[in-house]
Design a protein around this ligand. Structure first.
Ligand code: CMP
Length: 143
């Protein structure tokens, strides 16, 4: 079954948006198989965002993501990477549609509330970076 990685960033945690965001994910019917509040280390931040290492905003991105706790999650389901990204919305909250998490809660691309994996490869990589397999729960949703 396909899995994706979502992370409520320090701005979302500071603004007490864990509950409202998780409620949206649950209301949609998504299955959460792992979740934790954690502090991202500088090493983890640099690895996670490695593909942006030569971008001008890389330092700012690493400083921001390590500035306070994040709420990391793993979701599981058919086509979950794409459907979760639809609920998350476009990277730049100024372009994200109303009704999406970034469209409703975010205002700037630097502080865009939440991260979501963009491909099977990045989902695998990001889940393995943030979670041990033993932290993920195997269960069935009763619908
Ligand atoms: P995310 O989905 O976490 O993946 C990479 C992040 O880089 C992205 O969300 C944005 O928060 C951030 N980002 C992208 N473009 C910029 C930018 N121009 N300035 C600052 N941060 C950016």
């Amino acid at each position: 079954m396909e899995r994706t990685f979502l992370m409520i960033k320090p701005d979302g945690v500071q603004r007490n948006l864990i509950g409202p965001i998780v409620a949206r994910l649950e209301n949609k019917g998504f299955k959460i198989v792992g979740a934790k509040l954690m502090q991202v280390s500088e090493d983890l931040a640099k690895t996670h965002y490695g593909e942006h290492a030569d971008k001008p905003f890389f330092g700012e991105l690493v400083d921001f993501i390590t500035s306070g706790p994040v709420f990391a999650m793993v979701l599981e389901g058919d086509n979950i990477i794409k459907t979760a990204r639809l609920v998350v919305g476009a990277t730049n909250p100024q372009e994200a549609a109303p009704g999406t998490i970034r469209g409703d809660f975010g205002l700037t691309v630097g502080k865009n509330i939440i991260h979501g994996s963009d491909s099977l490869e990045s989902a695998d990589r990001e889940i393995n970076l943030f979670f041990e397999e033993s932290e993920l729960v195997d269960y069935s949703l009763i619908n």
